[in-house]
Design a protein around this ligand. Structure first.
Ligand code: UGA
Length: 446
């Protein structure tokens, strides 16, 4: 066929010059055409090869994701649905992010105990001992609460969760916490408190129905303010740490999603929450560990030898504030990713309203532990700390019925009791017997 075409276009019998020229042009054209079409075919071949390679890669990726993922599949979905099942009239189905965290565990248990459906989500990162998080997870699972291991930045997982359960509420407590750690690992704050928050809000805005959201902001947003007590209406534009800045950004971001998509949002500014199952990175916890081990503790002091003070708030009071926020949250108004009307937007302080100095905190611990602390008093380093916090809780009192009832003395007694039951303590060796997760988590320890 090719030969025929060639014969027709380029007759072998030479003719006149003009014809000869025409033939030469035709020949050049043919060569050119032949090489262009060959290149074209090669290009097509290469494109096809690349496309099949890429689709093979994505097939391998998705199948390995399918086989390796800790979530997905019919059995998993059944567990999620069972965990989300509501067991009281008018109850909620709540997605709790950061469920294996300190506040997340307590709130999940409280909701579950009153008959709400709860599904937990936690990435079990190693910011502090993950075995403590695993023990909290075991505690939750002993009460029928499933905690999915995953990150709030995983949009596919979030979409799947909302696909499986039409959550009425999201209690968003997953975050990179800690004020001073932001100096060491700033990216983790952006990852969880900014990017993760946006990924979660995107999932919530697209969910049908849209859930109402209650989430953890922080007293640290008051930053360098000196007017006390701190009120929600006070300025919050002078954060002293990247942690505080990301929480403040979270307040702006949630406002945007409320405004554009009609998501119902309640932000809670927690004031230095403490108690059983707490965070080992926090002062009351690490002081307890060091005092029991006979190690020195570092007590920071402000400028002009002024003691630092915090409005330490007991976990049970915080849980009541969280649950009351869920109970009073109005429904989101959007659907299909579009706002249908104005939605509720609230911010509340959840504090104790009675600040205590850090040396006074140490004194209470010494009494409860019956051990004298070895104190190194040093000037507060400029790494994000603020000298004091003090909450005005009149808004939370009026709208949530929030009334903190546990003072630091009583709260730390409960913490120390839990600490000794969880970690164990041998006074003769002044060391810690056992270890995080070494004992079976029991509801009684709460
Ligand atoms: O209220 C809040 O929003 C914040 O409360 C705590 O932050 P912070 O108040 O700094 O709590 P701790 O880290 O337990 O510190 C308590 C006090 O002890 C002091 N401290 C801490 C550590 C230490 O070694 N020595 C010491 O004197 C701190 O300067 C501070 O005054 C939490 O860690 C944050 O995640 C939370 O958001």
């Amino acid at each position: 066929m090719m030969r025929l075409m060639e014969d027709e276009l380029f007759p072998s019998t030479p003719g006149k010059v003009k014809i000869e020229r025409t033939h030469t042009i035709n020949r050049q054209f043919h060569r050119c055409f032949a090489s262009t079409s060959t290149m074209f075919l090669w290009a097509l071949f290469l494109i096809a090869l690349t496309a099949s390679y890429l689709s093979f890669q994505s097939f391998v990726d998705s199948s390995s994701r399918y086989f390796n993922a800790s979530w997905g599949g019919m059995h998993w979905e059944k567990q999620i649905r069972s965990s989300a099942t509501v067991r009281r009239p008018g109850g909620f189905s709540v997605l709790v992010t950061g469920a294996a965290g300190f506040v997340g565990t307590h709130v999940s248990l409280a909701l579950r105990k009153r008959g709400d459906g709860v599904v937990g989500l936690d990435n079990f990162n190693s910011y502090y001992d993950p075995s403590l998080k695993k023990a909290r997870k075991a505690l939750l699972e002993s009460h029928g609460v499933v905690v999915v291991e995953g990150d709030i930045n995983d949009a596919r997982l979030l979409a799947k969760l909302f696909d499986v359960v039409p959550f009425s509420h999201v209690m968003h407590l997953a975050a990179q916490a800690g004020v001073r750690y932001a100096i060491e690992n700033p990216a983790s704050y952006v990852h969880s408190n900014i990017a993760g928050l946006v990924t979660l809000l995107e999932a919530c805005k697209s969910a049908d129905p849209q859930p109402a959201i209650v989430w953890a902001s922080s007293s640290s947003v008051y930053g360098l303010n000196e007017k006390v007590p701190f009120s929600e209406a006070d300025r919050t534009d002078r954060p002293a740490s990247l942690y505080a800045a990301t929480k403040k950004a979270g307040e702006e971001i949630t406002h945007t999603y409320n405004h554009i998509y009609g998501l119902s949002i309640t932000g809670l500014r927690f004031f230095t929450v403490y108690g059983p199952w707490g965070r080992p990175d926090m002062a009351y916890f690490s002081f307890t560990r060091n005092i029991l081990q006979g190690k020195p503790i570092t007590v920071y002091r402000g400028k002009n030898r002024v003691d630092l003070a915090r409005d330490f708030t007991y976990i049970d009071d915080i849980v009541k504030g969280c649950v009351a926020s869920l109970d009073t949250a109005e429904k989101s108004t959007g659907s299909g990713g579009r706002k249908r009307g104005p939605a509720q937007y609230r911010i509340f302080n959840l504090g104790n309203t009675s600040p205590v100095t850090v040396p006074a905190l140490v004194g209470i611990l010494e009494r409860h532990l019956k051990v004298k602390a070895k104190k190194n008093v040093v000037e507060m380093p400029g790494n994000g700390d603020v000298p004091f916090t003090h909450a005005n809780i009149s808004s939370a009192r009026a709208e949530l019925g929030y009334r903190p009832t546990t003072n630091l003395e009583a709260g730390l007694r409960k913490f120390v009791k839990w600490y000794l039951s969880y970690y164990g303590y041998n006074p003769r060796s002044s060391g810690i017997a056992g270890g995080a997760g070494s004992r079976t988590a029991s509801a009684k320890s709460l």
